[in-house]
Write a protein that binds this ligand. Structure first.
Ligand code: ADP
Ligand code: G3P
Length: 498
């Protein structure tokens, strides 16, 4: 067989990508889906629209590249994490729109959990900080708000899943209600030490165990997709949250290796080996996919707004026509004119965890142009990444030697150079920037013997370009200090309204 088919179900689009044995892409198809904003701080997706988009792009990539389903050795799935779906086991119909990872509707309940003193035990068990980001409080909200949902859940009629679970359910025509360890680790219900659902947390959040999927390793044969989807049954053999898949796809399998994905948000992950070190700097501890038999862990800094700030320049301000145009607009000025943009549009994630923060643009003068704002937007992305890596180095007791990068905005050379400058370490962009998808393909391909072992998949990764730091250290310190001042101005904004 010639290919592994990777499904990359992201926040803004669903992609299907074919990878051959040498890790070369044999075709891509993608489709966007609607972002639904029912109220301030709320973000939803239509789970059926996501399923249909993912199924359609899978069919399309085969058709457009004239690939027969018989040539597909396995399917690997990777997905936007934390986004929460609740569906009826009998009809396969969702009971509500999916609540997206960015959604802040459970902020008050999270405050309550913190005030009740649960932060330390939740961090110890799950590696997470209490935040609306994770699926647990979203699922609780659904069970509380949908009429009869709790009664129906108690009768075993409902299934909960993150997007991976939902897709595996649909792909298997309701035969599989499963998830993988990496996605489970993002629910705030999964115990990293026991590698299973945590009964205390289920009780605390009032989640009935009957709705939960079975948890499996990221690289294993889960089952088969039903034949009517692609013409024949194909093994569903790999599954991981997109950031975990990207860490694996970037070959960050050794202690201290780190990657950042520049998509809608930014997600910095550093491999920390087989000890689930707890963060002292408000980072998350999470699962790292590996070829090792023992569970491996990573530190993660999740940044909620990155490429979506560029989308705001395009759709909100209308100063660019496409995201790619941001580079030439930013290059129209030599610097930001001392403007700083903190894109806390959906609160601040790591290391601040402030759901009430909102975006600020400071330092505007009469001479400020769209070019300055575009440049400040790109720099705001890089400053957030630098804050996370600083915290990470402190937690892990080491400095990263290089940062491997991927995701839609990593094509932006200006952003990558500024990132290297502000971090003072090289930024390395690989030839295949679809590292999320290739990570999922590796997980699936290893499970079915398409690739023989971790050494074989590791030999596939190749660097395309290295951005070396060139900014004087004194400038870096001054600018980072100005950025810190700007962040302070963004904090608690929403809360101060009442
Ligand atoms: N040249 C560019 N410069 C900066 N940002 C970009 C560029 N091209 C795309 N983006 C941003 O990258 C994001 C899309 O990246 P992608 O990895 O597909 O995201 P996701 O997986 O979160 O859907 C969008 O938010 C877009 O604004
Ligand atoms: O779909 P992306 O690339 O924006 O990633 C979303 C993350 O998984 C959210 O935790």
């Amino acid at each position: 067989m010639k290919y592994i088919l990777a499904f990359d179900q992201g926040t803004t689009s669903s992609r299907a990508i074919l990878f051959d044995n040498a890790g070369q892409m044999g075709g891509v198809a993608s489709k966007e889906h609607r972002q639904i904003f029912p109220s301030s701080g709320w973000v939803e997706h239509d789970a059926v629209e996501i399923w249909e988009a993912q199924r359609d792009v899978a069919r399309r990539v085969l058709k457009e590249n004239q690939i027969d389903a018989d040539d597909i050795a396995a399917i690997g799935i990777t997905n936007q994490r934390e986004t929460t779906v609740l569906w009826d086991r009998k009809t396969g119909e969702p009971l509500h729109n999916a609540i997206v990872w960015q959604d802040r509707r459970t902020a008050e309940y999270c405050d309550h959990l913190r005030q009740e003193g649960h932060a330390a035990s939740i961090a110890e068990k799950t590696g997470l900080v209490i935040d609306p980001y994770f699926s647990g409080t979203k699922l609780r909200w659904l069970l509380d708000q949908i009429p009869d949902a709790r009664e129906r859940a108690d009768r075993g009629e409902l299934a909960f899943g993150t997007v991976d679970s939902w897709l595996l359910w649909k792909l298997s025509d309701g035969q599989l209600h499963v998830t993988d360890v990496s996605n489970a680790s993002r629910t705030m219900l999964f115990n990293l030490q026991t590698q299973s659902w945590d009964e205390d947390l289920l009780n605390l959040l009032e989640i009935p165990a009957s709705v939960l999927p079975e948890v499996r390793p990221s690289s294993c044969v889960y089952g088969e997709c039903s034949p009517e989807i692609l013409g024949r049954p194909i093994p569903l053999a790999g599954c991981a949250g997109d950031q975990h898949a990207a860490l694996f796809g970037q070959n960050c399998t050794k202690h201290g290796m780190a990657k950042n994905t520049y998509g809608t948000g930014c997600f910095v992950l550093m491999n920390i080996g087989d000890e689930a070190v707890s963060s002292k700097c408000n980072l998350l501890t999470t699962i790292a996919c590996s070829g090792e038999p023992k569970p491996q862990f990573a530190l993660e800094g999740s940044i909620f707004t990155a490429g979506s700030a560029v989308q705001w320049l395009r759709d909100g301000l209308g100063v660019i026509e496409s995201s790619a145009d941001v580079m030439s607009l930013a290059e129209s000025v030599p610097d930001t004119g001392d403007c700083y943009l903190v894109p806390a549009f959906a609160g601040l994630g790591a290391p601040h965890w402030d759901p009430y923060a909102r975006g600020v643009l400071v330092g505007i003068s009469g001479g400020t142009t769209a070019g300055h704002i575009a440049r400040a937007t790109l720099e705001g992305i890089a400053f957030q990444v630098a804050d996370v890596l600083e915290a990470m180095s402190e937690d892990a007791g080491l400095s990263v030697r290089e940062l491997r990068v991927d995701g839609g905005a990593s094509v932006n050379d200006l952003l990558m150079q500024f990132q290297a400058d502000i971090l003072q370490v090289p930024v390395v962009r690989p030839k295949v920037i679809e590292t999320t998808a290739i990570g999922a393909a590796f997980l699936a391909g290893l499970a079915v013997g398409f690739w023989k072992g971790i050494d074989e998949v590791e030999s596939i990764w190749k660097s395309e370009r290295v951005f070396e730091p060139s900014m004087p250290a004194a400038d870096v310190s001054r600018r980072r200090e100005r950025w810190r001042q700007a962040v302070e101005r963004s904090r608690g904004w929403q809360q101060h309204e009442s």
